[in-house]
Design a protein around this ligand. Structure first.
Ligand code: GTP
Ligand code: MG
Length: 512
């Protein structure tokens, strides 16, 4: 690349970075709550059905996952990118997208599943998926991700389909994204950008929003540095070594420096905020811990049906959407076993494979709920093409947040969609799993019974006399233990209750 083009592309990028930086730094208020999200059916993604053709592919072969003739085409849409500055990684306004991925020998099935998941993600972000293309290559091309010949083929596909965005099933290096964009002439983004976008649309709590904004800035930062570095390198080449200051101190560098500093400042503020929020969350949790109300965490892959199951179990109105990441903040519901023991259910954020590393922290903070729970209900979509991978991904993360010691109940959900053959396969995977359908209610009672079995039992029996003007004590007994008998006597309410040993001393003054 000549110095000229390097200069001009850097100039363009600088303007782009300007927009993005400004927008993000303007704060999350404008973004939050104004979600333009429309739940799209993640299952009915066009262009990704049908078997892929696995030929005796030599290196560099590219497959259409579906005959292109079957795709609906949008006529009259310009595919030419007017102005590259329109390209940004957030507020994607995705419309018609083509997905691309690279796989190496033997991992076609995996690449396909991953591309299917990317399609669901893209739909969650509001896009229509037109096609998915995979190229077989030992490694992605360092400069354009797909090989250069395939990149040109991609450009033709994009034009023929009237697509306006290409999404790569990976995290692209900033230079790769730029180079591929130069070839295909439409916006190119990566999987990380899509996930960040969805997270920013869905984060609801203050902490969730702060975590996501932090993640966005973290994603942005190396991309700024990339531009800055290419300029320094260039100047370094001309001037040599340490004297690179002159000539690299153009307005561009200054602007990037400025952006970088502003981002760092903002990130520091966000980190501080998040730190300050932690005590509040801990206090909330400590409250439950102190009361020893046992908790059941519902964890699992995104779209497995965790929220639906929680609704079934508690009839609580938790948001259920056929989209990935419908739940971004943990939701806690009270419940009670058939024999009267109170406990809580906690809904959690869905897992996704290859979670962008910037989001791991945001994600973990929601999983602290899992860490503090007594039982993990691990929900797996029984109708998913690769349940074993889902199981493995989730277990890996659970062990990372120190949830290894917590009893796990594996639940294969969506059993209404699972035939006998698949059931056998699933049984083989986890012999003692419970099959349920949040939709039809199948297996729900069995699951409830299993949880009741595993939940700790309050074993200290207390005979209490609570004066009538201490109604709050009665309420508390109901909350923390199991009431065996109630009698209304002259001096107050006579309660025989079973509580956890830790709670017994707090009721000492009422012992009859
Ligand atoms: N057929 C069928 N569909 C189900 C069942 N349970 C959930 N679904 C559907 O699966 C989709 C995802 O359900 P959610 O409950 O939002 O899934 P989730 O695991 O909470 O997803 P996230 O919060 O995004 O991680 C929705 O379209 C549900 O209607 C079931 O038992 N059978
Ligand atoms: Mg959910």
């Amino acid at each position: 690349m000549t110095a000229m083009t390097e200069h001009s592309s850097t100039g363009t990028e600088r303007q782009e970075s300007d927009d993005v930086v400004d927008r993000i730094l303007r704060g999350s208020e404008t973004r939050a709550g104004l979600s333009v999200f429309s739940p799209a059916s993640a299952i009915q993604t066009r262009g990704l059905r049908g078997p892929a053709v696995d030929g005796d592919a030599t290196d560099g072969d590219q497959f259409d996952l579906e005959d292109r003739q079957a795709l609906r085409r949008v006529a009259g849409l310009s595919t030419e990118l007017e102005d590259v500055t329109e390209v940004e990684y957030r507020q994607l306004r995705l419309e018609n997208v083509v997905l691309i991925g690279v796989y190496s020998q033997g991992s076609l099935q995996d690449a396909e599943n991953s591309l299917r998941e990317l399609a669901a993600l893209a739909e969650t972000a509001g896009a229509v998926v037109l096609d998915g293309l995979l190229q077989r290559r030992p490694n992605p091309d360092p400069s354009t991700y797909l090989g250069s010949g395939k990149a040109i083929e991609l450009k033709n596909t994009v034009m023929a389909l009237g697509a306006d965005t290409v999404i790569a099933d990976t995290e692209l290096a900033p230079s790769q994204r730029r180079a591929l964009e130069d070839v295909v002439k439409v916006k190119v983004i990566d999987r990380t950008a899509v996930i960040l976008d969805i997270f920013s649309q869905h984060a609801k709590s203050r902490e969730g929003k702060a975590q996501v904004e932090l993640a966005q800035l973290e994603y942005l930062l190396p991309r700024l540095r990339g531009w800055g570095e290419s300029m320094s390198r260039q100047a370094g080449g001309q001037v040599g070594g340490a004297g690179a200051g002159m000539g690299s101190r153009g307005p561009g560098e200054t602007k990037i420096e400025l952006d970088r500093r502003r981002i760092h400042t903002r990130m520091a503020i966000l980190r501080k905020k998040i730190k300050e929020m932690k005590p509040a969350r801990d206090a909330k949790r400590a409250n439950r811990v102190r009361n020893v109300v046992p908790s059941v965490a519902i964890a699992g892959y995104t779209n497995a049906g965790k929220s639906s199951l929680l609704n079934r179990l508690t009839r609580a109105g938790v948001l259920v959407e056929n989209a990935l990441f419908a739940t971004l903040d943990a939701t806690v519901r009270k419940s009670v076993t058939d024999d009267g023991r109170p406990f809580t259910y906690t809904d959690t954020v869905g897992f996704v494979r290859n979670l962008p590393h910037q989001l791991v922290e945001a994600f973990r903070s929601t999983l602290e709920e899992v860490e503090g729970s007594d039982i993990i209900v691990h929900v797996v979509d029984g109708s998913h093409p690769d349940p074993a991978a889902q199981l493995a991904t989730v277990r890996e993360v659970i062990s990372e947040v120190d949830g290894r010691e917590i009893p796990e109940v594996v639940v294969f959900n969506k059993s209404d969609l699972v035939d006998e053959g698949q059931r056998l396969v699933l049984r083989g995977l986890v012999p003692d799993a419970v099959f349920v359908s949040a939709r039809t209610g199948e297996g729900i009672d069995e699951l409830r019974a299993k949880l009741a079995e595993l939940l700790p039992r309050p074993e200290v029996e207390l005979d209490l006399l609570v004066p009538y003007d201490r109604g709050e004590v009665i309420a508390r007994i109901h909350e923390i233990g199991r009431v065996v008998d109630v009698q209304y006597v002259e001096a107050g309410t006579r309660v025989i209750a079973k509580v956890y040993p830790q709670d017994a001393p707090t009721l000492q003054e009422f012992v009859a």
